[in-house]
Write a protein that binds this ligand. Structure first.
Ligand SMILES: Cc1cc2nc3c(=O)[nH]c(=O)nc-3n(C[C@H](O)[C@H](O)[C@H](O)COP(=O)(O)O)c2cc1C
Length: 259
């Protein structure tokens, strides 16, 4: 064993912040100031962006009437209705389209790549905003359920064509301290040089079985109904059947013809 291989406790403020984070869905009455929002969004937009395209827009929603309209789209998630602030992270092709069309070109040549990079760009800004908020003592939860109905989200938020909401984010000052949900071990999710070279040499079936047990124990400890095959059962129930059947057609209508 070399010195490098010896276990050394490496830490930093960012590592500590990530290691203690979990989604928060209950918030205190303390308002989120515009100064906090400006600071966290300004920092978030330093996120890397593919070819410097910056193919995203963020919509900051405080208007309770708008949240009431979004509420049914997200299957009545109370934390969205009561959000101190709700951010919508959008893939936005309007600025690049303007540049390309002004030079006689067309965006239609690269629909897959452009659809992907704009969605990745929006996600990187969103995660950066989330972490910056955490660094300020705020917290929240991402909301993918806005993709239940991209057309309705577009109507409510007056989105032009070539813009869709990739995900939303509830942010505020936390008023709950839930237990952290366990993650799969890096021995399951990290590979060295070649796929399959992993620190944990057990079979995938064995690894999933132990994660199922770990997650089931977690859910039991917080009085949440679960099954012994917790993760594999949840994932099969959720993704083995068609979900968001209209998503492809609706994104195509918005100008994201990339699937
Ligand atoms: C893109 C994305 C969409 C999500 N959508 C929702 C959502 O609609 N509602 C919700 O309550 N949580 C949502 N979550 C939160 C996840 O359920 C949560 O991150 C996951 O269960 C792990 O729990 P943790 O964040 O507490 O560690 C979403 C997370 C991500 C990354």
């Amino acid at each position: 064993m070399t010195n490098e291989d010896k276990e050394v406790a490496i830490s930093s403020e960012t590592i500590e912040l990530l290691n203690r984070r979990r989604s928060i869905r209950k918030f205190s009455e303390k308002p989120v100031s515009n100064a906090h929002l400006d600071a966290l969004l300004g920092a978030a937009m330093r996120a890397p962006t593919s070819s410097n395209i910056q193919a995203y827009s963020v919509i900051v929603i405080r208007d309770k009437k708008i949240l009431a309209e979004v509420y049914p789209i997200v299957n009545n998630q109370e934390h969205v209705l009561n959000a101190p602030v709700f951010l919508c992270f959008c893939a936005d092709l309007t600025r690049m389209e303007k540049a390309i069309i002004a030079r006689g070109g067309s965006m239609d040549e690269n629909p897959l790549e452009i659809g992907l990079v704009s969605s990745i760009d929006a996600s990187l800004v969103g995660m950066s905003a989330y972490l910056t908020a955490e660094s300020l003592g705020m917290s929240g939860v991402m909301i993918g359920a806005v993709r239940n109905d991209p057309s309705e989200m577009a109507r409510i938020l007056k989105l032009p064509n070539k813009v869709y909401v990739v995900f939303g984010m509830v942010l505020g000052w936390p008023a709950e301290a839930p237990k952290q949900k366990p993650r799969m071990d890096p021995g399951t999710t990290v590979h060295y040089d070649l796929y399959g070279n992993q620190k944990d040499e057990r079979s995938l079936v064995e690894k999933l079985e132990s994660y199922d047990v770990e997650l089931a124990n977690h859910y039991t400890s917080i009085n949440k109904v679960t099954t012994p095959d917790s993760w594999t059962n949840d994932i099969s129930k959720k993704f083995a059947n068609p979900s968001r059947k209209e998503l492809r057609a609706q994104l195509k209508m918005r100008g994201f013809d990339w699937l």
